[in-house]
Ligand binder design. Structure first.
Ligand SMILES: Cc1cc2nc3c(=O)[nH]c(=O)nc-3n(C[C@H](O)[C@H](O)[C@H](O)COP(=O)(O)O)c2cc1C
Length: 169
């Protein structure tokens, strides 16, 4: 199988997942591994990943997804929020809009990814101004939960995902 792994990562979380996927596919022919490029590399299976930017993949990744026709596609993402399958499902619904119906979708994988410390500082400032804001308190709790991700469990989960959704297809 010729496989291209194309991903977008700013702070490294999605890169960790991408590298784990690559390691899990050692016996396959990885024709491309890296950031989106102008031309789409030729492959049979595209494994496409992105961090979540205001509920969506990056524009570069959306462009890549739109270019792929009549191939197999698997998608992976990291997100600061959630940690719930329901949230990840909603995120993937938005990714799916950009995938042509001629493709076969093998599956998707998400895990949480830590966010930059400035995000917490901003929440804390807002909380000083509105000390009773329970949504802000939840956001800070979520920020702290995300700090350890991707963790060992996420790494194991993505390895299993590769085995079941990609290697068995
Ligand atoms: C500008 C910005 C917007 C973000 N928007 C979202 C979002 O809408 N939903 C979410 O769950 N996480 C959001 N995040 C969190 C990142 O998607 C998350 O930390 C991700 O793991 C970063 O991946 P990377 O390390 O590969 O860049 C946002 C982060 C930034 C910096």
């Amino acid at each position: 199988m010729n496989i291209a792994i194309i991903y977008s990562s700013i702070t490294g979380n999605t890169k960790i997942i991408a590298e784990t996927i690559k390691e899990s596919l050692q016996k396959e022919n990885i024709v491309y591994f890296g950031n989106p490029t102008e031309d789409l590399p030729e492959a049979d299976i595209y494994i496409i990943g992105s961090w979540t930017d205001k509920g969506n993949p990056t524009d570069e990744i959306i462009n890549v997804l739109k270019k792929i026709k009549s191939k197999k596609i698997a998608y992976f993402g990291t997100a600061g929020f959630g940690g719930s399958e329901e949230y990840f499902k909603k995120l993937f619904e938005r990714v799916k809009i950009n995938i042509d119906s001629s493709n076969k979708i093998l599956g998707y994988f998400y895990c949480q990814g830590k966010m930059p410390m400035q995000v917490k500082t901003r929440y804390e400032k807002m909380l000083e101004e509105n000390p009773e804001d329970s949504r802000l308190k939840l956001s800070i709790e979520n920020f702290d939960r995300a700090l350890s991700h991707p963790n060992d469990e996420d790494i194991n989960n993505v390895k299993n995902w590769v085995d079941t959704k990609i290697l068995n297809n």
